[in-house]
Design a protein around this ligand. Structure first.
Ligand code: KG4
Ligand code: ZN
Length: 355
């Protein structure tokens, strides 16, 4: 039978010894983006095709897991063809398949994972299971070709809010995480309450630019003195209570001010804790990751504090902040260098822990 881990590892070691260019086909289907990328040596993106299902899910006000899985299934063969064609490489030139196997929606993950297994088996090349957050952080390696760990990373997306010390490639020390809603989830819920649409983050970001961020004093949850954890559910309730009481009293709701004040409450906590983490870890660089890293106010607030402390701040371009397969190819490359091959019975894990 094809796919002998021992033989594949021997080939991987030879490739690494020869300093051969390593070309991976990467797959990301953990939520509502079907994405395929071809990535060379973890840093050079030959193609990064992203099919977003946002228009399909918008009518439901959020991602419907079953609908997401079905659409991944319909789209994935075409996206593979497009990514291969644009990269100018042939299937035979691939050295491995990197695929997200968690965390995420289980049905959605399974579509990408099964596709990855079929390709790895058919081409007799290694399958490399990648953690989605490892991918988000690794987007920075594509953006900054010279970047090397260690550094501090804030990963804030629709499903996660993690403050992480990146010890080495793929090696993470989780300093803090959300105890309830993820930052992006809070943005999406408040946008829905303000009837702005879905996904909420970019819409709140835009509205907030026309509002006064100090108009309403929403609570900032710093939790215990030395904690790097986050909590956004109290803030969310406070905004919803504010909207209800305005309605009951017949007062006008200035959407721009609510958006700006809510965003400021999220961003201040994220920024202060991230800077504190960098100081504690004696790290002189911070890199943002995940969909919320696209937020203009977050970039500005952390940037302002970082400059004061002489800390360098980096973040990926917007297309590499939100879900995409290129970031999975970057993370997969460093797993390849470590000889981390997955077996073909690898399962999808909706709540896969990072370390
Ligand atoms: O990383 P991502 O594409 O998917 C997950 O892994 O969850 O992140 C999507 C999340 C959504 O909640 C979206 O509202 C949020 O990122 N987001 C933003 C912005 N752009 C996307 N949040 C705040 N400001 C933005 N500009
Ligand atoms: Zn993500």
């Amino acid at each position: 039978m094809n796919y002998s881990i021992k033989k594949l590892k021997e080939r991987m070691n030879k490739n690494i010894e020869k300093n051969k260019d390593i070309i991976l086909l990467a797959i990301e289907t953990s939520c509502d983006e079907t994405s395929i990328a071809i990535v060379k040596n973890g840093r050079e993106v030959l193609s990064n095709k992203i099919y977003s299902q946002i228009d399909i899910h918008r009518v439901f006000g959020g991602v419907v897991p079953e609908v997401a899985s079905r659409n991944h299934l319909v789209k994935i063969p075409y996206i593979i063809d497009e990514a291969i064609e644009q990269s100018g490489i042939s299937l035979k030139e691939l050295d491995g398949i990197a695929v997200t196997y968690g965390p995420g929606l289980v049905g959605a993950l399974l579509v990408g994972l099964s596709t990855g297994k079929a390709l790895a088996f058919g081409l007799n090349i290694p399958l490399i299971g990648v953690h989605h957050i490892d991918g988000h952080i690794s987007a920075n390696y594509i953006e900054y070709r010279e970047l090397e760990p260690p550094f501090v990373s804030l990963v804030a997306s629709g499903g996660h809010s993690h403050l992480i010390y990146v010890v080495d490639y793929g090696e993470y020390q989780v300093l803090g995480r959300t105890r309830d809603d993820a930052a992006g989830e809070a943005f999406d819920k408040i946008a829905r309450a303000l009837k702005l649409g879905y996904p909420g983050g970019p819409l709140i970001d835009k509205k907030a630019k026309e509002g006064n961020k100090y108009a309403i004093d929403f609570p900032r949850a710093y939790l215990e003195e030395d904690s790097f954890d986050f909590s956004f559910s109290g803030l969310k309730s406070s905004v919803l209570n504010y909207l209800n009481s305005c309605k009951m009293r017949g007062e006008e709701i200035i959407v721009e001010d609510v958006a700006a004040s809510f965003q400021q409450a999220v961003v201040e906590v994220l920024a202060n804790k991230t800077i504190k983490a960098a100081i504690e870890k004696k790290s002189n660089s911070i890199y943002l990751a995940g969909g919320v890293a696209a937020n203009t106010a977050l970039r500005e607030e952390i940037g302002k504090l970082a400059r004061k402390e002489n800390i360098h701040l980096g973040y990926p371009s917007i297309i590499l902040c939100t879900d995409n397969a290129a970031m999975i190819g970057a993370a997969g490359y460093y797993q390849y260098l470590k000889g981390n091959i997955s077996d073909l019975d690898l399962n999808a894990y909706p709540s896969l822990p990072l370390s």
